[in-house]
Design a protein. Structure first.
Length: 164
């Protein structure tokens, strides 16, 4: 709330340089803000009495937007990368997939490892679970299993994340 929107009888006023001006009526606070050619802004509406500050509102909004933008820059988004395997995968192919997953995990992403079953391979689901277990073992030095291997339709998948 700024200027005329402030309807409280009494407010605690903070000056333009951050000094405490004490508790006064909102009309008196408005008068002081107008004399300084600045805005009266309610910064802590829940306080008893509410805290108002004499500042340039446009500059205040700009500073808030800048801080928000700065916080957004430092934020890191975590992507989920997928590695697909089949039950009859060869050892060298598995090692290649492990190396790809290692790159993804080291960059800070999560890795979803999916074992796809096609046709008659569905009859040998339990024997193929060891492939996912081996995959997790090979990445045990840098990754932990976040979601254990689970069969969902024709796919068995698990999720690996970076060790903390």
């Amino acid at each position: 709330m700024i200027n005329g929107q402030i309807r409280d009888r009494e407010v605690r006023l903070i000056g333009e340089n951050g000094e405490q001006l004490g508790i006064m009526s909102s009309k008196e606070a408005m008068r002081l803000a107008q004399e300084a050619e600045l805005d009266l802004v309610k910064v802590a509406p829940k306080a008893q009495p509410p805290v108002c500050k004499i500042i340039d509102y446009g500059k205040y909004r700009y500073e808030l937007a800048r801080k928000e933008k700065e916080a957004k820059k430092k934020q890191k988004t975590v992507e989920i990368k997928e590695v697909r395997l089949s039950p009859n995968i060869d050892t060298n192919d598995l090692n290649t997939k492990v190396n790809n997953a290692r790159k993804f995990v080291s960059k800070g992403n999560k890795v979803k490892v999916t074992l796809r079953f096609r046709g008659r391979e569905m009859a040998h689901v339990q024997q193929s679970k060891h492939i996912l277990d081996d995959f997790a073992l090979k990445l045990a030095d840098i990754a932990t299993v976040e979601k254990q291997p689970k069969l969902e339709g024709r796919n068995m998948s698990m999720v690996l994340t970076e060790k903390r």
